[in-house]
Design a protein. Sequence first.
Length: 411
Amino acid sequence: MRWIVLLSIALFLRLGVTAVRGFDREPVKDEWSYKEIATNVAAGEGIRFDVTREVDRRPKTITLRSLRPPLYPLALGGVFAVTGPGPIPGRLLSVALGTLSVLCFFGWARNVVGPRAAFFAALALAAWPAHLWSSGEMLTEPLFMALVCAAFWSLSARRILPPGVLLGLAVLTRPSALLLLAPAGLLVLLTPAEGATRRRRLAWLAVTVLALVAPWVIRNAVIHGRPLLTTNMGVTFLGGNSALALTADPPGRWHLPERVLDDDPPPMGYYGWPDLTERENDRRFLALGVDWVRENPGEWTSLLLHKGARFFDPDPRSVKADRRLKAVAGWLSFGPLLLLAILGLPRVFSREMILPLGLIAVQLATALIFYGDARVRLPAVPGFLLLGAAGAGLLLRLRAIRGASGGPASA
């Protein structure tokens, strides 16, 4: 019954919010590139897309083959192959994936905090403002969160699909999932079992992740002459590690490379320089970001503090027209959850909290390395919800103790 309630609420809210925003609105920014790749996948042209920009008053076209991880474009391309390319089927896929992530989180949470607390935690995720918003976007977050929650459900319950398969698919959605192997492996090592059994489970976890990720890495090595997961790490690093990222209001955000390099902007903006290969553009962007960090260690340290503060700030400090709405939604949702999560900190040394804390730590590390943003924090919300559920349980126990001792709670 609880599964049906969660499914109904999560699906209804996501359909409603996306309908208000518009199922048929045109994809923008990252959405556009995912749609272009998926359209080519549906047409049998593979994982690639073309970008055309005017350079020296002449149109210049480059082909990108590894800018985005493959799994979400493949899933979206599979939908497009049936429906035809368009924003409506793409957003319906995101709604379905966002709903699935709520159900997978509920399954995982039941093994961490018990069925009753898990239901309320999953209900919170079903109505979470940022999750409702992302479930109407043609981006990786809904798929990534569904895979991570399903993987952790499998690890905590030792059932459904092998966790290594799910984590491998998560890496092919967002490469930062590689870092999740650390808490996953730690949980395997600390789970009671014979020593040989633990070692076999750990080896199987690593092997299955490697088996899923290896074909994509080998494919990229053939194309670019070097094994890699994506070619957007450099531009992402530069946009979040620069003088502009520190001095702009608010500090710690990501910025377009043409703004970061305003004295000598790349002719094709986000996509780099037309005379360089895709791999060379990635390396040049990364080198420029690393050079700034090396030359400005004090400023970079200050920037890290700003990124960390943004990660925990309930107000996403958006610069868009809806910034006030986002600020109110952030304080009403993440503000109280953060307080409950702090109360749940005494549980951090329990085995059940390894995965929630690991998820928070990985997303925090991603924010510190690249940029602080509510979008970076969103995949960590399930971890915060489980820590918050532990804090709420502590409050309820304290209330019960005060009531049993004749305190104000018994009046």
